[in-house]
Design a protein around this ligand. Structure first.
Ligand code: G6P
Length: 604
């Protein structure tokens, strides 16, 4: 939700800021802007409606020089996408970029208007600019002004502030929205995500909740919630520099789909070696009696899949809930419960709030499955089981999802020890996991067939996905992918539910996509398929070679390599990812940055 980049350096920073914005565009992309102080301390500000590319074009017309600057790519919350609502927002000599939502902005706006401040935008952010400007007008130093103003704000923010009168300073603050300081030699940077700054530094200090920092060329100081000076350890980044590049692929999404064998190998590395599971890092889970999983979006689908595994293999009761629901209802905490959050980014506002609430209401053991080291969920959970998917740029999650599933199987194995999981089952699980990367590789070879098939979906307005058992959440994930990137309305049903309503929708205009591994439910699924066929529905079935399903009138069967039932949810995710990708490409939508969405949702 909005990307922030800032720099205070001796060299010109406009290009650094622009590259940073391009690498942060996954966070929001409806408008972008930049402000840089020239060597003569003139304030230059350019903002454009649309993607960062529009800003880049504008900067070619109006190049900026100067070593101190801030920039922003926006995902609108308050005020429609427009140039006037784009950041940086200005009040006199002061400019601000902000990520998050100021909940008391209306009241603050009324007070500022009464004081004579004139608003140029409909955003909540503009109140921050005027509030800090008012402190400055009263002679307060910039750092102190930010410290004062943040106490007047309720809601979430990551912000960077620059004042024309102090050309070699940036003040940044974090509360609820991530910010990281990039440490250079004689220069310092700030960004919402280290990815933005990898071209200029590999050394990062992650700000914690409530931190404020003053950045100057040669040093930086961090202060905590109580305005006390604190140290934030500088860490060397392990993220690859070229993680933000598409390479030979046309879209990040396709690149990331193809990276899955590698991402899964990385996630298994050190945890599964020579047929042995090493899960000591998860701690002693022998006293756990129940599991509660919380997540949003694609991560929620991973959680739903895990419920089948945890209940059947570890024989532990497992509840799964969407974070935005969990956080606003009263739930019962059973003793010896393990609270698990799942998140690619580790910054999703609802999941983070749910974790904090869970601790308050009595969950004593928390574990997160997350892809971003140092993220808020990782820092605030007792244990982190990291997925090693590498940076995922495409807004539609692919490799993060399949690595979450791998991590959840590992967690199931750890929970199952001494409970439901006997030696044979454990051996079957480790075998299946070991084969998984190669199976995924094989499944990717379906790409050409799926591409050929995609045309028949591109003209449709609706689609229905069906699965049973642990494939039901995979059908849900398939439907989510299709709607996210091709804007086709798609729903998923547990196939047994068809007769309770969705059958009424079946006609030639409603394509039905089925995931059909060869498991104990396949005969039931075949009956469901016949129910659809008898009503003129057109079916596309991804089926195990041995499932006994063949292509016939209105039924197209695409064979999927045989795999163990345990890992089938991971394998069957692949064809659905590829299908939604190719449909989106045919439709000409913005595959990596679909309309109205953002990758990291750090606002409610
Ligand atoms: C956004 C993204 C989804 C993601 C969801 C949860 O909606 O577009 O791809 O699944 O957030 O994100 P998280 O980082 O918590 O997994």
């Amino acid at each position: 939700m909005c990307g922030i980049v800032g720099a205070v350096a001796q060299r010109d920073v406009a290009d650094i800021l622009l590259t940073g914005l391009q690498r942060l565009e996954y966070r929001g992309y409806d408008s972008a802007g930049m402000a840089v102080l020239s060597p003569a301390a003139e304030l230059q500000r350019v903002r454009r409606l649309g993607k960062v590319e529009q800003l880049a074009n504008a900067l070619q017309q109006h190049p900026m020089t100067g070593g101190t600057g801030i920039a922003h790519t926006r995902w609108a919350t308050h005020g429609q996408p427009s140039e006037a609502n784009a950041h940086p927002h200005q009040s006199g000599s002061l400019v601000v970029v902000h990520n998050g939502i100021i909940e008391n902005h209306a009241e603050l706006r009324r007070q500022l208007e009464a004081q004579g401040y004139v608003f140029e935008s409909q955003t909540d952010t503009e109140v921050i600019a005027h509030l800090i400007a008012e402190q400055r007008r009263q002679g307060v130093e910039l750092l102190q002004a930010v410290m004062v103003v943040r106490k007047q704000l309720t809601g979430a923010y990551g912000m960077a502030v620059m004042d024309q009168q102090l050309p070699e300073q940036l003040v940044v603050a974090r509360s609820g929205s991530p910010l990281v300081i990039g440490v250079g030699i004689g220069e310092h940077f700030v960004a919402s995500d280290q990815l933005a700054l990898l071209p200029v530094t590999q050394r990062f200090a992650f700000l914690e909740e409530g931190d404020v920092a003053l950045l100057q060329r040669h040093d930086y100081q961090v202060f905590d919630l109580n305005d006390q000076a604190v140290e934030r350890r500088v860490q060397e980044s392990t993220v690859e520099h070229d993680a933000g590049d598409k390479g030979a692929f046309r879209h990040y999404m396709l690149k990331e789909i193809y990276e899955q064998p590698h991402a899964i190998r990385q996630t298994l590395a050190g945890r599964l070696e020579n047929g042995e599971l090493n899960l000591e890092a998860l701690g002693d889970l022998s006293d756990i009696e129940q599991v509660q999983i919380i997540a949003c979006g694609t991560s929620y689908h991973a959680a739903m899949t895990a419920r089948y595994w945890i209940e059947s293999l570890a024989q532990l009761p497992c509840n799964v809930e969407i974070a935005s629901e969990f956080r606003y209802r009263r739930s019962v905490v059973r003793p010896r419960s393990l609270l698990v959050t799942i998140s690619q980014s580790g910054e999703t506002a609802d999941t983070l709030a749910a974790l904090r609430l869970a601790k308050e209401i009595g969950y004593q053991r928390t574990l997160t499955i997350c892809n971003v080291p140092g993220s808020s969920l990782v820092r605030e959970s007792d244990v982190a089981l990291m997925t090693c998917a590498g940076v995922e740029v495409g807004v539609a999650s692919t490799k993060a999802f399949t690595t979450q599933l791998v991590a959840l199987l590992l967690l199931t194995a750890a929970l199952g020890r001494g409970r439901g999981l006997d030696v044979h089952q454990q051996a079957a699980l480790t075998d299946a996991l070991q084969q998984l990367p190669d199976l995924i590789d094989k499944t990717l070879s379906m790409n050409a067939d799926i591409q050929a098939l995609a045309q028949r979906f591109a003209e449709k307005h609706h689609a229905l996905f069906l699965g049973r058992g642990s494939q039901y959440p995979i059908a849900m994930e398939g439907a989510l992918k299709l709607k996210e990137i091709s804007y086709i309305h798609a729903e998923a049903y547990a196939a047994g539910e068809l007769k309770h309503g969705p059958l009424a929708l079946i006609d030639a205009e409603m394509p039905i996509i089925v995931v059909a591994p060869n498991n104990q439910l396949v005969e039931k699924l075949k009956s469901n398929i016949e129910e659809v066929r008898a009503r003129g529905g057109e079916l596309t079935i991804f089926a195990d070679e041995a499932a006994g399903l063949t292509t016939s009138d209105n039924v197209t069967v695409l064979p999927v390599t045989h795999c163990d039932n345990l890992i089938a949810p991971i394998v069957y995710t692949l064809p659905l990812q590829l299908l939604s990708y190719h449909v989106a490409v045919i439709k000409g939508t913005d595959v990596d940055q679909p309309r109205n969405l953002a990758k990291s949702v750090t606002v409610e």
